[in-house]
Design a protein around this ligand. Structure first.
Ligand code: GLP
Length: 254
């Protein structure tokens, strides 16, 4: 896993946005899997800035949500669909027809999970998955204990994950679904993520920390700010690795 430790949240968000922009530039028709949550807000805003400044087009890009609440309509202000539209998709030239999210109102949620997996496969799979990190180590809405071989499924959220006024059930891509992405970008900012980040990056591979499954993936970049990286034992080594990589490849930075 490549670990980039940035001095603050703003810089980290810009670095993550730059990675996504590079993926879209390399392959304008790429398939992105996109997270919701407070961490990705500055990432999306930085991406909007880049797209305006550098005239980066998302017109051919496809987006799949990592997850969505069960029981909420897509235009409900609490839905992730609405979140993604407001923070990113409606602010760039994104084609609404290429915006895919699980239907939280589906009568048969399990059938909806199958449909979502099939839609993902039909789109050619995920090129880049942008992933946040739950304080308890969850990935998308795969809570501790979720199968590391799981596919898109209905998950009961843990008490610490539930938020007021939102449903307790969600549809989430499974860990196996996520691991099939061609590349993953994990973002974690703030001291409250330090424990989960250390567990995910350096802890044992365990369903108790679903994000630790990323250790099995060959192309993961984790972008952390200093507070989120504060419990990483190998932080000095990651910094050296980044410097060595830049020296070897001439790449200015991530
Ligand atoms: C939710 C989402 C996750 C996200 C997590 C972190 O649980 N389902 O995909 O990574 O929140 O949220 P935040 O960035 O607000 O800490």
């Amino acid at each position: 896993m490549r670990v980039a430790i940035e001095p603050d949240e703003k810089t980290a968000a810009q670095v993550a946005a730059t990675c996504i922009a590079a993926a879209v530039r390399r392959k304008p028709h790429c398939v992105l899997a996109l997270a919701t949550g407070s961490t990705v807000i500055p990432v999306y805003h930085a991406l909007v800035e880049i797209s305006r400044r550098e005239r980066l087009s998302f017109a051919r890009t496809t987006a799949f949500h990592l997850d969505e609440y069960a029981g909420l309509a897509g235009d409900d202000p609490r839905s992730f669909r609405r979140f993604l539209r407001e923070h990113l998709l409606a602010r760039v030239d994104f084609d609404a027809a290429r915006h895919h999210a699980p239907d939280g109102l589906a009568a048969d949620l399990d059938a909806e999970c199958h449909r979502y997996e099939a839609a993902l496969a039909a789109a050619g799979g995920i090129d880049l998955a942008l992933l946040g990190l739950g304080r308890n180590g969850h990935l998308a809405f795969n809570e501790p204990g979720a199968s590391l071989a799981g596919r898109t499924h209905v998950e009961l959220l843990m008490r610490e994950t539930r938020s007021d006024g939102r449903p307790r059930l969600a549809i989430t891509m499974g860990i196996a679904t996520l691991l099939e992405s061609r590349a993953c970008l994990l973002v974690a900012f703030g001291a409250e993520k330090a424990h989960a980040a250390a567990q995910a990056i350096e802890g044992p591979l365990s369903a108790s920390t679903p994000a630790s499954a990323l250790q099995l993936h060959a192309d993961v970049t984790a972008v952390l700010d200093e507070p989120a990286a504060s419990r990483l034992e190998r932080a000095p080594y990651y910094r050296e690795q980044e410097a060595a990589l830049r020296e070897r490849t001439g790449q200015p930075r991530l």
